[in-house]
Design a protein around this ligand. Sequence first.
Ligand SMILES: Nc1ncnc2c1ncn2[C@@H]1O[C@H](COP(=O)(O)OP(=O)(O)OP(=O)(O)O)[C@@H](O)[C@H]1O
Ligand SMILES: [Mg+2]
Length: 162
Amino acid sequence: MTGPKLPGWEFSPQQWDAVTTVDQHVLVSAGAGTGKTRTVVGRILHLLGVELTPPDGAPKANIGSARCSLQDIAAITFTNAAAADLKKKLRDALLLAGRREEAYELDLSRIGTIHSFCLDLLREFALQSGTNPRDELVDEANSIHSLHASSTFMLIPIASAS
Ligand SMILES: Nc1ncnc2c1ncn2[C@@H]1O[C@H](COP(=O)(O)OP(=O)(O)OP(=O)(O)O)[C@@H](O)[C@H]1O
Ligand SMILES: [Mg+2]
C-alpha cells in the first residue's frame, strides 16, 4: 500500500476541483478557516508539477504541458499576514516535496501583497513609468508622517505669501 504523495496535503473534492482546473478561471468563495490558502498552495504546487494525491474517487491530475515555473506565477494577497501565511505554507510543502530550489527562490517570486507586486513592476519598468527605482513601500505610520511633512512644506510658503 502506498501513502499520500505529500503527507498532510490532502484535499476535499471541492478543493481538488479548484486545485486542478487550470484551463479556465476559478473563483473560490468560502468562509474563514475553510481551506482557501491550502487550495491556493495546492494550485501552485500543481502548476509546478508537484504530484498530489486526489481525494477518494477523484481522478488523478496530470499537469502535462501546462506545467509552469515559479517565475510564471503571480499570487497576490491584500495583507502582509496573508502573504506570509501563503509563502510559509508553500515553502513547507515544497521542502516536503523535495523541491528545495523553488522553496529557496520563493522570496524572489511574485508571491506577495498587491503593494509589493506593484512596487516590483514600477522598479522593473522605472524608465517607462518615470518613477525612481529606489522608491520603497511605506507603512501606514510612515505615510501619515510623510503626508504631514509634505503638506507643511507646501502650506508654509502659501501662508507666508498671503
Ligand atoms: N482538506 C483538508 N484536510 C485537512 N485539513 C485541512 C483541509 N483544508 C484545510 N485544512 C486545514 O484547515 C486549516 C485552515 O486552512 P486554511 O488556512 O487553508 O484556511 P483559510 O480559508 O485560508 O483560512 P483564513 O480564512 O484564516 O485565511 C489549516 O490548519 C489547514 O491545514
Ligand atoms: Mg487563508
